[in-house]
Ligand binder design. Sequence first.
Ligand code: XUL
Ligand code: CO
Length: 440
Amino acid sequence: MAKNSFFSNVPAKIPFDPKAKKGALAFKHYDENKVVEGRSMRDWLRFAVCYWHTFRGTGSDPFGPGTMQRPWDDGSDSLKNALNRVDVAFDFISRLGAPYYCFHDRDVAPEGANLAKSNKNLDAVAAKLKEAQAKTGIKLLWGTANLFSNPRFMHGAATSCNADVFAYSAAQVKKAIEVTNELGGENYVFWGGREGYMNLFNTDMKRELDHLAKFMHMAHDHAKKIGFKGQFLFEPKPKEPTKHQYDYDAAACLNFIRANDLEGIVKLNIETNHATLAGHTMMHELEYASIQGALGSIDANTGDLLLGWDTDQFPTDIYLTTQCMLVIMKQGGLAPGGVNFDAKVRRESFEPLDLFYAHVGGMDAFARGLKIAAAIRKEGILSDIVKQRYRSYDAGIGQQIEQGKVGFAELEKYMLGKGNPNPNESGRQEMIENIINEYL
Ligand code: XUL
Ligand code: CO
């Protein structure tokens, strides 16, 4: 691999070197073996490189075609090109030192003239992926099926009004789960790329949601049948490409999961800019999923508040990664999930070297978030503030409320006796934000 590498201008392994000069291709914070709260950084972060943006991204945007220079890619959708790309991808990931990767079926292998031919292409590439995994030790965090690019999915996949498209989607997901299983994938993701609607006048929402639930149970049955032990994950996103996606946010997904007996079967893969598009912060989505035992994995990126679409930029904001790591550490980590960079270099960063700068920056931003979150947790000032804030529930009437020992009548009696509640105390947001900044 290394002999004919397209990355010979990059070290065989990007070093951890806090003293390296500014802008060097080196980690200043991600020291994979460094132990933080009893676990290595590698195991806390479980970084994954995504195949689609990193190896298939062209740099096209709604106003112009691709700009990326990828000397290894002949620009065709041939199987030969796809097989060749596997070598380059694993060379890249090895040099980066990320332990995982993720893919859609159609990123790694070309779609054929019919389903059988597409499956055959996928098998050929999967065999090579398996070899590359064995050679490098890089593992599959999750696989997924692309049920949105081909025009057949114009009305959706599992929620399409066309039953044949439902059937095609089921067959495609069956194959994608089998390949994920064959490659030892630790999770399987469902992102409902076109599972939503453009116009409610032509949509039978109840029927579409029922079909989606049926689809998920079929997927679960098949996973059980073939012995796939990976975690199923929904990836919430409120819109884009459809104007309303059914998996709008963590709350909508959890409602669907509970309403359709999928609890314990499906958790969530939360993506930063999807949270933003839903009008939430990433921290909100993570916390909401986590408190319900449903935070499975994350797609790490960020949006650009001045652009309206999902720009999927690499995360560089330490405040954001600190917030993420506070929630992730509070729940004891993400495994079997991880931190997948569902992020792309921007159109103007068209050289292969930019792919390294982007990932190194994202990994370091998360490693720094991890260190800061660990420092915050170690001193316990924040958790003490929160605990103190709710202390009225630790004894007396509050404790009775939490323990379910009182109802409206008892509470009325209590308050009639007391006359007025105890005075409120300041929320001290500004002081707390100052404290957080002291750790950055
Ligand atoms: C799209 C998106 C997808 C999923 C996988 O916004 O995030 O790439 O992560 O289908
Ligand atoms: Co994503």
